[in-house]
Ligand binder design. Sequence first.
Ligand code: PAF
Length: 288
Amino acid sequence: MMLRLPDPKNARRWCAEQRAAGRTIGFVPTMGALHPGHMELLRRARAENDVSCVSIFVNPLQFNDPKDLASYPRDSEKDARMLEEAGCDMIFTGTLEQFFPEVESLEQIVKRHPGPGAEGVEGAARPGHFAGVATICERLFKVVGPTRAYFGEKDFQQTLVIKDLTRALGYPEIVVCPTVREPSGLAWSSRNYLLSEADRVQAACLSRGLFAARATWRTGERDPARLRKVLLQELQVEGVEPEYAEVRDPEAWRPDPPNGPMTRAQALVAARVGRVRLIDTLRLDTND
Ligand code: PAF
């Protein structure tokens, strides 16, 4: 039986009990509207730990656009069913008031500085977004304590921000799992539930662009501007306007390319398809 805890205080107690009994916890933080990418995170969390838990909380602090928050897909009963069938041990949720009991009004919540990983790309496109992610993740990590937490590579820059955060907190251990894609190549995201059939066909150009850039990298191309152009060509074919497209060194994480030829490269893209904003990413110099 999966335990459903609507109050983070009780979830904290459950996690403390698990640790006291010597059990490791695999934690998957989510905003619900679960999809195969989330289920893969849970599969890994279960395989690598004694017990698993998933948080479901649509965090208002990380939405820079109120319309985006209002239209974010939500289906908590379906989510709970999927998690129970997949063998999750505990799910928890909460309200902003429960996650931040020390403030009298929500305007008083002090957002965390998200660290250098938040600079540029998605951080520049969505001001305040990563501060909101870091702020809630700190609270979620306080609920689960020192454990392993599982994140998808699709939100690559988020994983940089989370790693900055866990370096500061000293826990948990972060496990980044490969992006799960639909058969068309489209990366799974909760936002895919908002796409029409026609949007879905168009949206596949994002991953086509990324894989074209990887194929070009493999021919020996190391110029980020030319790799970016290859990516963008696939979007142009579908008439999809990019919000950004960048090729960066994933470890140095600086906008300017290194002095010598690139040895590591992460391509990142964001675009609106229909009414839906999508992001995707691919490491060019590995098969991951
Ligand atoms: O990736 C997400 O779903 C969210 O950004 C997270 C990590 C659950 C924080 O709200």
